[in-house]
Design a protein around this ligand. Structure first.
Ligand SMILES: Cc1ncc(COP(=O)(O)O)c(C=O)c1O
Length: 377
């Protein structure tokens, strides 16, 4: 029994052959490490340039390549919040934001104002802006919820944060490569984070931080391979926030993934995912005992759909889908407990489908058939 991978919101599978080839090449050819080996062009350059084109960034040096989206988020949160202060954030955020905030609430007296989404899963930009204060040091909002796929009004929120002079951290971990978003179109001081291994189709081990044109205080510092005589970490981008030997196979794989996404077109990929989600939403809702959450038709471009089955714990149901039908999806809270509080799906969470660019109609039909059979077991 082969595996039907419908867990692309966790990590992309399969990946384009170009990504595998790039990772392989990076491992079999003599490494060219920036500043650490002689000869050869810096392999991080094409990756930064392609990401800058895809994410609408004028200067590729403002694209930092970090070990994960979690590192990228922590870089901003540590840089701006280590002295405490006040933050506005949505309750939809991932634990990669919630936990760094919680630690600063516990340890540094940070205060957080939380914004709840409406029944459509979207937060309201006016509600969000109403919580900004003169002491607010940062606003945080994800672009697409990793539980419902609901797309948040980041442009409107960025405009209001810019008016209030508050920096905005946009977590595009689930939307980069799926939903167009250009950093240059977001007014104000905006930090944009993307995961390398989801919609951008790179390998795990690399995350992206797009920085505004100013100096975020440094958090992770260390070796850079250049200017070893200096006591302090280089202050200029892109090295400013990059410490330690870079994960070059992942960076080169990501460059290939981004090239593949750009050639297909982010809008086209988003439209395909949305069509798949629409199909699934209708087909699954027709299975007795199955309920998609939220009930309304949400924006499917991130390729995410959550559902629950009456009387069946999601983990147990996912195990059945995996073991009896070879279908992989994710069950539980998906590291976003606040989203489930709002949806009423605590403590067990949901089953989450994550559609990718290689998901076929047969994969979707296999899931619907499997769910229809599994509800009767
Ligand atoms: C919305 C969101 N933010 C952040 C992350 C963290 O990504 P990573 O685990 O790759 O650091 C995820 C991963 O699932 C996510 O969905």
């Amino acid at each position: 029994m082969g595996t039907v991978w419908l867990n692309n919101a966790a990590t992309a599978f399969p990946r384009p052959p170009e990504v595998i080839e790039a990772v392989h090449r990076a491992l079999v050819e003599p490494p060219v490490e920036p500043g650490r080996s002689t000869g050869g062009a810096d392999p991080t350059v094409p990756c930064r340039r392609r990401l800058a084109e895809l994410l609408g960034v004028d200067d590729p040096c403002r694209v930092a390549l970090l070990p994960s989206a979690t590192h990228a988020l922590n870089t901003v949160l540590a840089g701006l919040l280590d002295a405490g202060g006040h933050v506005v954030a949505s309750t939809l955020e991932h634990n990669a934001v919630l936990r760094p905030l919680a630690h600063r609430v516990r340890d540094r007296g940070l205060r957080v104002s939380w914004v709840e989404p409406g029944d459509d899963g979207r937060i309201d930009a006016v509600d969000f802006a109403a919580l900004l204060r003169p002491q607010t040091r940062l606003a945080v909002l994800l672009h697409a919820s990793n539980v419902t796929g609901a797309v948040q009004p980041v442009e409107a929120v960025a405009a209001r944060c810019a008016e209030a002079g508050v920096p905005l951290l946009v977590d595009a971990s689930q939307s980069a490569g799926c939903i167009p978003l250009e950093h240059r179109r977001l007014p104000g001081r905006v930090f944009l984070v993307a995961a390398g291994h989801k919609g951008l189709l790179g390998p795990p081990g690399v995350g992206v931080l797009v920085l505004p044109n100013d100096r975020l205080p440094q958090w992770m510092v260390g070796g850079t391979g250049v200017r070893s005589e200096a006591q302090f970490h280089p202050p200029e981008l892109p090295l400013r926030h990059e410490a330690g030997t870079p994960n070059l196979p992942a960076v080169e794989g990501l460059a290939a993934g981004v090239a593949w996404v750009a050639a297909e077109g982010v809008e086209t990929l988003g439209r395909r995912r949305a069509a798949a989600v629409r199909f699934l939403r209708e087909a699954l809702a027709a299975v007795p005992g199955v309920r998609t959450v939220p009930a309304q038709d949400a924006d499917g471009r991130a390729g995410i759909l959550s559902f629950v089955v009456d009387g069946r714990p999601p983990e147990e149901f996912a195990f059945l889908l995996r073991s009896a039908f070879g279908i992989e999806l994710r069950a539980g809270l998906h590291c976003a407990p606040g989203a489930h509080r709002r949806l009423g799906t605590l403590p067990l969470g949901t089953l989450r489908v994550g559609v990718g660019p290689f998901t076929t109609r047969e994969d979707l039909e296999a899931l619907v058939d499997a769910v229809a059979q599994a509800v009767q077991v």
